[in-house]
Ligand binder design. Structure first.
Ligand code: C2E
Ligand code: MG
Ligand code: MG
Length: 595
């Protein structure tokens, strides 16, 4: 962009005094010293001066349209780069500036550069009364790129680069606003057992799994679909112009991507699956948040039905969930209002036959539905985060009752069932301590019953809390042993004093008596080897009682001995036993001794 021979008149009168020539030189020198690419224009947009920085910048951009210099028309150059409304407005504003009709002009624009673009900020000001205009051009590429990156980041998930929750909702909303298109389907996916991968293989492997999943899911979708990540192991796919059948076909494709093993930095992970919920709507019918929530509900139902399933949303599904929420709210009140009651089932010490303890079993005296069994409301309590307040109530009530029996000369040990969720809160030890203190009950009179699965969820954490409880003198028993996948190694590591044999081990048919006996004997032997006493649950017949006694069980519990009963009924029952010579409460010191 060398200076041209037909050099136009240089600006004059920039400052008062001095000759026109020396002013021109001065202005030229000042402009040249400016680090920003700068041009000086006359009122018609002709370039009067262009500084060195301008030359350097335009050469760098390698665009022949920019190779202009003194004498060339700046407006024309702008139009040659882009002949559109914005450019025409810019030119008009520069002219207005020249006429003194405005103070300044600013304009941001992009120029192509190699395979990319560079961004500039144009700033123009009037220099003098002759209508001359000085235009500076600042390279703002890095700022624009930073802004673009952060705008991108705000809308994408940092782990997988997929659209995040906010952006997905934008995209779904936009799609739902297009009446010209077919139905919109949303697939809500949640990996089954993802937590196990994280817990056993570590978060880094978990992260790798999510990235690999993002890749596989994106590969299986049509180009017009969008895969996004809501967070955790939850992925959502927006399927444009896609009905339920199409969405189900896609869901099947996603399920099959889980059949191939995942190779995650040397760890080959197999057997993973996904639960998928599908919701479909026509444009204009629902909001994006509703559609995603419906798909989420369907996913939730799919998961509840077992792993690796697909469910399509239906209004009944929503009603069922609303019903659950309603009952959840009712249960919250029930705990506070004293609608819960405890029934106590006697525990017999073998072989003496003395009643040495009871298990406290919760019931809900529902105002309209009658007496509800734990199976009817405990899952709701778990789901609504009410299990801890419920257990606190049970602990308070059972310890108070045990203290009352003790005062009445009946030294019974009370068993209280503890749910797995209680370990997670970390309040178990304090809750037990509070209940014992309030009731004035010796810790030896309380047994906490835990299922082995609840222990398995977080064995380290559970073991630490067990240890504290045992130090405090509270006994712990493992409930329902043999009902699930028993982990023998865990048994050894848990400092429990009693192993409760699940009733499935005790409920044998006559034809399988010897096999059952062998199984019971093995578990009793195992308990003994681990320093634990054993309790046979679900003893329903005299013969079963005889067998478990012969096989060396320490305790027995079951309908044959006594059903769970309200306190007054149990009191009467104990009195009956005493009269019949079973000596309730006369448990030997041995029976109550801790292992
Ligand atoms: P679990 O702790 O194994 O309690 C024993 C269950 O077996 C009780 O059922 C009892 O009624 C039943 N049962 C006792 N003897 C026999 C028998 O001879 N034959 C048969 N078929 N069943 C027998 P229930 O009261 O319905 O309780 C069920 C489960 O609910 C309990 O199983 C326990 O896991 C849970 N549960 C009960 N109360 C509470 C509580 O206060 N808190 C917590 N977290 N869970 C509780
Ligand atoms: Mg129990
Ligand atoms: Mg049990």
């Amino acid at each position: 962009m060398a200076e041209r021979a037909d050099r136009p008149e240089l600006p004059v009168d920039v400052r008062s005094g001095g000759s026109a020539g020396s002013h021109a030189v001065l202005v030229e020198a000042v402009l040249d010293a400016l680090p920003l690419p700068t041009v000086l224009l006359d009122a018609d947009g002709r370039i009067l001066l262009a500084n060195t920085a301008w030359t350097v910048a335009t050469e760098f951009l390698e665009d022949p349209r920019l190779q202009v210099g003194v004498g060339d028309d700046y407006h024309e150059m702008a139009l040659s780069l882009r002949d559109d409304l914005r450019t025409r407005i810019l030119i008009q504003q520069l002219q207005e500036l020249g006429r003194g009709e405005r103070e300044t002009v600013t304009f941001d624009y992009a120029l192509p550069h190699r395979n990319d673009a560079r961004w500039y900020h144009l700033q123009a000001s009037r220099v003098d009364q002759a209508g001359q205009v000085v235009v500076t051009h600042t390279d703002i590429t890095s700022r624009v790129q930073a802004e673009q990156t952060s705008a991108w980041q705000a809308r994408h998930d940092h782990l997988t680069d997929l659209p995040n929750r906010a952006h997905l909702h934008e995209l779904i909303s936009a799609e739902l606003l297009r009446p010209d298109r077919g139905p919109v389907s949303v697939l809500f996916m949640d990996v089954d057992g993802f937590k196990d991968v994280n817990d056993t293989l570590g978060h880094e492997v978990g992260d790798q799994l999510l990235r690999e999943l993002a890749r596989r899911l994106s590969k299986r979708t049509r180009s017009e679909d969008t895969v996004g990540r809501l967070g955790g192991d939850e992925f959502v796919v927006l399927c444009r112009d896609c009905d339920v059948d199409g969405a189900l076909r896609l869901a099947e494709r996603f399920q099959s991507t889980f059949e191939d093993p995942f190779d995650l930095a040397g760890e080959v992970v197999t057997g993973l699956s996904v639960s998928i919920g599908v919701a479909t709507a026509d444009a204009g019918q629902v909001r994006s948040t509703d559609l995603v929530r419906d798909a989420d509900l369907a996913m939730y139902a799919a998961k509840a039905a077992g792993r690796n399933r697909v469910r399509v949303f239906s209004p009944e599904l929503r009603d069922a969930v609303e019903q659950k929420v309603l009952v959840g709210a009712e249960l919250r009140e029930a705990i506070a209002d004293g609608q819960l009651v405890l029934h106590y089932q006697p525990v017999m010490s073998l072989p003496s036959g003395a009643i040495s303890g009871v298990e406290a079993l919760v019931r809900w005296r529902h105002p309209t539905r009658g007496l509800l069994q734990p199976g009817e409301f405990l899952p709701l309590a778990e789901h609504n985060g009410l299990i801890v307040p419920l257990t606190r109530w049970v602990l308070g009530e059972a310890t108070r009752q045990a203290a009352a029996w003790e005062q009445a000369g009946l030294p019974l040990v009370a068993g209280v069932n503890i749910s797995a969720a209680h370990f997670g809160t970390g309040t178990l030890v304090a809750d037990v301590h509070d209940a014992l203190t309030a009731a004035g009950l010796a810790p030896e009179r309380l047994v906490l019953e835990l299922t082995e699965t609840s222990v398995a969820e977080d064995p380290l954490r559970a073991a630490a809390q067990f240890a504290q409880l045992r130090v405090a003198g509270v006994e712990v028993s493992i409930d329902d042993f043999g009902s699930g996948f028993s982990s023998l190694s865990q048994l050894v590591s848990i400092p429990a004093g009693v192993l409760k044999l699940d009733r499935s081990l005790i409920a044998y048919t006559a034809a399988r008596r010897s096999e059952a006996a062998a199984a019971i004997a093995a578990v009793v032997g195992l308990a003994g080897a681990c320093g634990m006493r054993s309790l046979a649950e679900g003893v329903e017949t005299a013969e079963q009682l005889q067998l478990v006694t012969e096989l060396g069980c320490t305790y027995a519990q079951g309908f044959h001995i006594g059903r769970p009963m309200p306190v007054d009924e149990l009191d009467a029952w104990l009195e009956e036993q005493r009269l019949a010579g079973t000596q309730p409460g006369a448990a030997s010191a041995d029976d109550l001794q801790r292992a």
